[in-house]
Ligand binder design. Structure first.
Ligand code: ADP
Ligand code: ZN
Length: 740
């Protein structure tokens, strides 16, 4: 018997090994094995078994790690598809389906001492010694009482100690007397242990929800269903459809996966699922410790948890009999992994669904243009929920032209007059306000208001980010930081110091303009403390904060009935991104933000400050016109064969020597040109918008075509044969979402 093995060393190939007789029954597809590879010993995964090999004199597999393979055949198949499609080395693709904590066998189950009665309670504990103990050793008696009350099972020693007040010595004494047994048992680290959640019941559905749920149910019951795209406006009750869809899968004996963007994986979100399904929910996300992730993964793997909820990588959760995969906010660019394999978890979900015959439900208020295109062309089944629950009206969006504002005051202001008045009105009525500032890194650069000088990092071609705390300038690419100069290096004007428009500055400006208002900031800096996120939201919800200032962190999935006004301070920043999706991102962002306002009794209002008030994306967002926005975008995308009308592959090249990087880019393009068929568009190689990062120059070669294979096929061959100049490295991004 021959095993095909993908070794951990990066070589992008499978190798044949002989399965020795003594391991014949043990080596399975998915097994983790040790093999010798060249001069060293390494580990790998068995990805296939065969009767024979083309090669003679094969080395034998040396050993198998673990009893059961951790990757089943279906996941392996998915991993290999991923490596192929995304042009990633197969070993990286296989590795990425298992969390590091599980794969490296670093984290183990945590063994703890577990105490139980030596004899079952039913047999009857001899009361004599117990009464004796009460007098002589009250602690031992107390421990015994707790155990008896606990009846059949038993308790972990630390729990027993906590409940009875007995220490370890007392329990050991009981063991010596033969009254209890102490043994080691795996105790699961449950990240949700201290979260008290009130159970919830399924809600009676609105007609639009009932109709959507019906499609989801049918889809679960069919084995090869089409992907469902649920286009539901914010507040239309998508989550309830997810919950009841999952309940249906469970009834059918199936498990489910729920993907949410990392930033939305908040306690609030998890509580909604825990409240309905309790302990059968396992959570997988990056904030867990290795130990927690290890245990959560194993709870899914051995079937104690039937529903996995998590960010990107949860798409690989080893849920058995998978019946449904939900991808919430399917348009989110964060579903794309930014290192090899550069997969998009939404698209992997669609593929996994097709391979395993399970239902896939993509949900969004602003579906990605790729997804809506798939729906319009009949590849996906479109389900719409166009009304808010209880038919509350959507907030009114007003656009404020900041050019006029700047002309009037002679300088760039944080707040327009309209916004100030609107906030005042809310404060008078004891309603709440959210002030939304775009993207930290782009929003807070320091530009001299006199001469326009922008402080830039020497190593990366990006502006420094201004941090009020410590008066420092920080590069968000390489992490370099330095003090803010006292005056502008260009023109020596001291006003330079005050020029950054960051959340911190907005917070201070807000406090100044609205004295007496309780203002709090929420962004990545303010929420580094473990529970800060939860605490701030809790205080906002209970009305202890009047104005919440924040980044996109406050734009996602939150529900605050008393928020009646949202101010978007600088809508332009996402518009000015050097990316053909800038309009789409801006539209999504504004729609998302608007969805946070007016979720209670009082209708909401959104005020958007911008320097380009007539931009199509901003106008479409104001009119709540998703379809109109799509039509318009489609027109120019079609013309240029941009997604969704073509696939896009971005080959990035980088290195410390710009001449070499540029030469490598031209050489690559030169070799590609004759290798590609006529239907592939190859753009001239060019410097990336982020032309330098961490001291590395960055170039890119872009390809577009209607089929990915037409590009990746020739590309793989050319990349393998290319002779790269020293110090130049490359990466391939298939279906790239960010071309910075
Ligand atoms: P979406 O995710 O589509 O923006 P949510 O799922 O957050 O919307 O729902 C918005 C609010 O409406 C939530 O507070 C939810 O509990 C409530 N809700 C959803 N469906 C119903 C229903 N059928 N009856 C009553 N309330 C509902
Ligand atoms: Zn830098």
């Amino acid at each position: 018997m021959i095993a095909k093995v993908v070794v951990d060393v990066a070589v992008d190939r499978e190798f044949d090994y002989r399965v020795p007789d003594e391991l014949a029954g043990t080596v399975k597809v998915g097994s983790r094995v040790t093999v010798s590879f060249g001069p060293r010993r390494t580990q790998g995964y068995v990805v296939g078994l065969a009767e024979a090999s083309d090669r003679a004199a094969l080395k034998a597999i040396e050993g198998v790690i673990g009893v059961r393979p951790y990757i089943d055949e279906a996941l392996l198949k998915l991993a290999r598809w991923m490596g192929e499609y995304y042009c990633a080395p197969v070993e990286l693709a296989v590795q990425s389906v298992l969390p590091g904590a599980v794969r490296q066998h670093k984290a183990k189950f945590k063994e703890q001492l577990f105490v139980r009665l030596a004899l079952p309670v039913a047999v009857g504990v001899d009361r004599g010694p117990l009464e004796d103990l009460r007098a002589k050793a009250p602690k031992q008696a107390a421990a015994l009482d707790v155990l008896i009350a606990q009846s059949e099972s038993g308790l972990f020693l630390h729990e027993l100690a906590r409940r009875s007040g007995a220490d370890q010595a007392a329990v050991r004494a009981l063991e010596t007397k033969g009254l209890v047994v102490i043994e080691k048992q795996a105790e699961l680290r449950n990240p949700l242990l201290h979260l008290e959640v009130l159970p919830t019941q399924p809600l009676a559905l609105m007609p639009q929800q009932a109709a959507a749920l019906e499609v989801v149910k049918q889809s679960i019951d069919t084995r090869q269903p089409p992907v469902i795209l649920l286009h539901g406006v914010t507040g239309s009750g998508k989550t309830e459809v997810y919950l009841q869809g999952i309940a249906h899968a469970l009834e059918r004996g199936c498990g489910a996966i729920v993907l949410v963007p990392e930033i939305a994986l908040t306690p609030q979100t998890i509580e909604r699922f825990r409240g309905r399904f309790g302990d059968t929910i396992a959570v997988l996300h990056s904030a867990l410790s290795d130990g927690e992730r290890h245990d959560e993964w194993h709870r899914i793997w051995d079937g104690r948890a039937r529903i996995a909820i998590g960010a990107r990588s949860a798409v690989f959760a080893p849920v058995h009999d998978l019946g449904l995969i939900v991808v919430d906010e399917e348009h989110e660019p964060t579903y794309k992994q930014d290192e090899a394999p550069r997969y998009n978890a939404r698209d992997v979900a669609v593929m996994r669904g097709a391979m395993q015959g399970c239902a896939v439900l993509l949900g969004s208020a602003t579906p990605a243009l790729e997804s809506i295109h798939n729906a319009r062309t009949g590849k996906y089944r479109l389900v719409e929920m166009l009304h808010r629950v209880d038919h509350r009206s959507m907030p009114v969006m007003r656009i404020v032209d900041m050019r006029i504002e700047a002309e009037r005051t002679g300088k760039a202001a944080v707040f327009s007059r309209e916004l100030v008045e609107a906030v005042r009105r809310r404060l008078e009525r004891a309603e709440q306000v959210m002030l939304f500032l775009n993207r930290r890194g782009f929003a807070t650069s320091l530009q001299c208001p006199k001469c326009g000088f922008v402080a830039q990092c020497d190593q990366c071609s990006v502006a420094y980010t201004y941090h009020r705390v410590g008066e420092s300038l920080k590069c968000h690419i390489c992490g370099d930081s330095k003090a803010v100069p006292a005056c502008c290096p260009g023109c020596q004007d001291p006003a330079f110091k005050l020029a950054g428009l960051g959340t911190q500055r907005v917070e201070i400006a807000t406090a100044r303009v609205f004295p007496g208002a309780r203002v709090t900031r929420m962004d990545a800096d303010a929420t580094t403390g473990k529970d800060a996120h939860r605490r701030i939201l809790g205080e906002f919800k209970s009305g202890k904060i009047d104005i919440l200032v924040g980044t996109q962190m406050i734009a996602k999935g939150l529900h605050f009935p008393n928020v009646t006004l949202i101010g978007v301070l600088n809508a332009d920043l996402s518009l000015s991104m050097p990316d053909f999706r800038a309009g789409e991102r801006t539209f999504q962002l504004l729609t998302q933000v608007a969805g946070r306002a007016g979720r209670g009794e009082v209708p909401g209002e959104v005020i958007v400050q911008t320097f380009s008030p007539f931009h199509a994306a901003i106008q479409a967002a104001r009119r709540l016109d998703y379809a109109g926005f799509c039509d318009q975008e489609f027109e120019f995308r079609k013309e240029l064969m941009y997604p969704p009308f073509g696939h896009l592959v971005c080959v990035g090249l980088r290195g410390p020597d710009e001449t070499r990087v540029a030469a490598a880019a031209s050489a690559l393009a030169g070799r590609l040109k004759p290798a590609l068929s006529a239907d592939v568009i190859l753009a001239e190689p060019s410097a990336a918008p982020l032309a330098r990062a961490k001291g590395q120059y960055r170039y890119q070669v872009l390809l577009r075509a209607s089929r990915t294979k037409a590009m990746t096929g020739p590309l793989k061959i050319v990349l393998r044969e290319m002779k790269w100049p020293a110090g130049v490295s490359f990466s391939v991004d298939v279906d790239a979402l960010q071309m910075m």
